[in-house]
Design a protein around this ligand. Sequence first.
Ligand code: PEP
Ligand code: MG
Length: 755
Amino acid sequence: MRGALGGPRVLLRRLREVMAEPVSAQERLDKIVVMIAANMVAEVCSVYVLRVDGSLELYATEGLSREAVHQTVLGAGEGLVGLVATEAQALNLPDAQAHPAFSYKPETGEEIYHSFLGVPVLRAGNTLGVLVVQNRAHRTYSEEEVEALQTTAMVLAEMIASGELEALARPGAEPAVRRAVQVKGLALAEGIGLGRVVLHEPRVYVKNFIADDIQNELKRLDQAIDTLRASIDVMLEEEGMARAGEHRDVLEAYRMFAHDRGWLHKLREAVMTGLTAEAAAERVQSDTRARMMRQTDPYLRERLHDLEDLTNRLLRELLGYDQAPRRDETPENAVIVARNMSPAALLDFDRSRLRGLVLEEGAATSHVAIVARALGIATVGQVENAASLADSGDAIIVDGDTGEVHIRPPAGIEASYIEKVRLRARKQAQYAALRDMPAVSKDGQAVQLLINAGLLVDLPHLKETGADGIGLFRTELQFMVAATLPRTGEQLRLYRSVLDAADGRPVTFRTLDIGGDKVLPYMRALEEENPALGWRAIRVSLDRPALLRIQLRALLHAAAGRELRLMFPMVSEVGEFDRARKVVERELTHLRRHGHRLPDRVHIGAMVEVPALLFMLDEILERADFLSVGSNDLVQFLFAADRGNVRVAGRFDALSAPILRALKAVADAGKRHSKPVTLCGELASRPLEAMALLALGYRMLSVSAPAIGPIKAMLIQLDIGAAEKLLLPLLSERAGDVPIRERLEAFAAKCGVPV
Ligand code: PEP
Ligand code: MG
C-alpha cells in the first residue's frame, strides 16, 4: 500500500460523485467504504457512528462480515475504535491485537487483520464517529495515508451531521450529533433562561469540500491570509486597542499565529490533498479543537483557543461572512453562547429578547458577568467547549442558580424547567406586591434597603424594587465597560442621570475602585504577585490624583444643588482617608472660586474592607461622615481566602464568630459616634445573612436589586429583638463551639421567617 491508489485527490473527486447520487443513505455509505478501501489498498474499511448513548455502532464495512453491520456495537471507550473516539486522535498500529485496548468482536471476523488505522470523524471539534482501515499484513500506515483518511472523514462528518443517517437508526440509538447534552459550569448571574442558541461568533460551516482547481484554491488561501493579517494589524493599531474588548495580548497572539509557518504549512498541505481553501481551514481547525480538548495546561489551552479563533476568522474571510449580529437581528428568546465576550458586545444585543448567556470562560468578577447581572440575564460561565457543543437555533436551558446548562434538552427536562420558571414568576409577583410596603420589621424597626448599582441599565431597578436609594454605586463599571477612558463629560452625564433617577433618594458614589481583578482594557495591567493586595482602589487614586480629580469634578458638578455622598474604597489607614478628603476639599474650593454651583452638602465616607481599619474604628469615625462595610473584600482578607477562587471562596462560613464579631464591632462603633454604617457586600443580599446583620445592629443594607424582594419578605416577618437575643450570646461563646448558621436557620424556621 505504498501511496494510495490515485491519492486523496482522486478519492475526493469520487466521493463528491457518490454524495450527489440519488441513492439511499445505506447504499451511499456502502459505496463510500468500498471506494476508500480500494483507494487506500486496504482490505477493510469500516464506518462506526457515535450514538446518543455514547456507544459506537458499525454502520458500513467493506471487508468485515456484512452481518455485523448495525449489529456490532462498542460501548463508550471500548476497544480501539472507542479509544479513537474518546481521544479524538488517529491511532496507527502495525499489530492491533497486541494493543491492550483491543476488543474482539467475533461476528466481524476481524481476527485475521493485523494493521489498523482509525481516525475520528470530527465536526467542529466534536467526535461523530470513527473511520477505520485494516490490512492483514503487519504495517504502519504512512503519514500521507493518515492525512488522506482524515480528509475523507470530513466528508463523512458532513453526511452524519446532515441527519441522513437517522433513518437507519433504532429509536434511542440515533447518531449522537443532535444528542441532548447536560453540562455544568459556574453560576454567574441568577435566573433561568429558556430559549434558542445564538452563537456570538456564528460558526462557519463548509459545504464545498473538494477543490476544482488546486492552484486557484492556494491563491484564495494566500489572499485570505493577507487580508486577515492586515485586519489584525489594523485592530492592533486602533486607538485604545480595545475594540470590542479584544485585549492586546489576544491580538498579539493572533498576529503571531497568523505568521506562524507551521499553521500556514498545514493549511497549504491540506489544500494540496485536494480540499478547497475553506475545507482546509476547517480541517486544521478540527485538529486544533481536538488538541485543545486534550490539553490540560491552561496556558496552552488558551493559546489553542486563540488559534481556533484565528482559523474561524480565516474561514469567515474565505466565505465572505459578515461579523457580529446586529441589535435588531437578535432573535426572540435568545441565549447567547460564546467563548467569551466583552460587556460592550453583550450590550449590543436587544435586552428584551435575551434570555441567557453561556460562556466557556468568565469568572464571577468578569466584566461581562457584572453586566449580565445588571441586565438580569441568567448566566453560566466556565462551560467547557460550550460553543462547539451548541449550534445556532438549538433549544437550550441556562440555569443561573445551579450552573447547569442543557443543550437540546429532552422533553422531560424542559417541562420541569418550564414549571420552575412559572414558580419563579409567581414568587417575583409576591415580591412585587411588597414593593410599596415600608421596610419595617415585625417589631417595628425601620430598615433602609438600598441597591447596589453601577451602570445606566441598573437605574430602572430603583423604581422596580421600591428601594430607598443606591447604597453603593460602583463608578468603575463605567470605566470597565468602555473602550476608552470616559471623559469628564461622559462621567458627568452618567452621574447626573443616576441622581435624576434617584429623584431625591440617597446615592452613595464610590470613587474608582480599579486594580486587583478590576482591569481597565485600555490601561496596561500591572504584573503583580498578589493583585488583590496590590495597587488598587484608593491607592491608585492617591498615586494618580489627576484621575481622582477628574472624577470628583464630574461628581461635584452632577450634584450641584443636591446632596452628594462619596466614599473611598479599600481605606487601610486614616492617613489615606485624610489625603483623599483633602483632594475633595481642594476641588470644592476650586469650583467655588470659579463661581460654579456646588452640592448642598457633601458627605464623605470610608469603606471598611481592610482588616486594619477594624482596629482604628474610632479614629476613622472621627473623620468620616459614614462607613460602609465591603464584606466581599473584608471577608476575603479576614479569612485570607481569595473571593474569586472557587477552590477557597466557599470554604469558610461568614456566619461564624470571627466575622460576626468583626461586623458587630463596626456597627457598635458607628452607634458610639452616631454615624451611619451600611453593609454593601454580597452578604447582605442573602436573607439568612441579612437577618444576622440586622441582629448585629445594621439598619442600612445595600443589596443587589433582585435581592430586595426576598430581603424585604424576610424583614417584615422578623422580630429583630428576638434575633438579637439569640445571636449576641452566641458570639460570646468559644468560637467554633456552636454552629451559628444552624442556630439561625432553626430560629428562622421556628419563627416563620422566610430565609
Ligand atoms: C465589597 O468588597 O464588599 C464591595 C462591596 O466592593 P466590591 O465587591 O466592588 O469589591
Ligand atoms: Mg470591595
